[in-house]
Design a protein around this ligand. Sequence first.
Ligand code: KG4
Ligand code: ZN
Length: 325
Amino acid sequence: MIVLGIETSCDDTSVALVEDGKEVLSSIVSSQIKVHAPYGGVVPELASREHIKNIPVVYQQALKEAGITLKDIDLIGVTVGPGLLGALLVGVSFAKGLSFASGIPFVPLNHIECHIQSAFIEYGDKIQLPAMAFVVSGGHTHLFYLNEKKEIKLLAKTRDDAVGEAFDKFAKMLNLGYPGGPIIDKLAQKGNPTYKLPIPKMSDGSDDMSFSGIKTFLLRTIEKEGDSLNVENLAASFQKTVADILIGKVKKFLKDLPAESILLTGGVSANSYLRKRFKEEFEDKFFVPSPKFSTDNAAMVASLAFERQNHLGKLHQECFPTLFF
Ligand code: KG4
Ligand code: ZN
């Protein structure tokens, strides 16, 4: 079964064609980084306009690269949230239009679940359930439990900033550009974790996480140290603290919940230091998608749509767009 995936939840316009949930025939991502970079973050209105401009082009390119036409597509999967409302609307409208005109059914999907699915594109045969899955992105820092049936339960999440947001704001404080994640990742490779950052604890004893205190610490340190600041060491210290928090959280839950696999997904999972630390800790149980499937992409959307279609069988065969919106 060939599935068309559409993803426009934030600042990447993505269309992919995936066969049977695993074989990626094409995965096109048109990044808007250049448009948003001067503002140091994503400007929602600009993102919507860029998606409108880009989506027909990206769609055509995805078809061309896969060497197929609309007639060959069996199902459409589209991200319906969470994300920027105007941006999501572009992808959803495109999917609805395509579905309505062609009669191909479509499946609405949750962006966070799509990120979890990103690990299954390449490692679906190896990942054993139950599993723990961290989604670490610009908007989310959520730890989930996947039971034997792959049903998802939230275990813990950030109460304030997402970890990707902390990476982005850290780079912004230093005027290093946007998005901050890859920039901090590179800087940290030249540094040592000499700074001691605070590890936040919830006063109500909850397992949730917080990154806003770390952000404040970074700002204070940058202001206090001025020219004597060792940026590389601060970046390395920040990453070490993030890794300690995330790994510590997984280990805490592992005491009570059995897990055969540990998944790290979302844009921040492209981070080289995090990947290394998780691998050292969880060895063969650890799975992380290739960086191209870590950040926003539509292959993960198409892959999840395929799975949902299999689960729901006939119901979705009969689906028409008006059922959903
Ligand atoms: O999943 P994603 O593409 O979009 C959202 O759903 O948010 O994640 C984007 C986030 C940004 O905050 C970006 O700075 C971060 O992923 N990111 C990284 C790296 N590459 C992207 N963070 C740390 N290290 C990286 N190498
Ligand atoms: Zn995302």
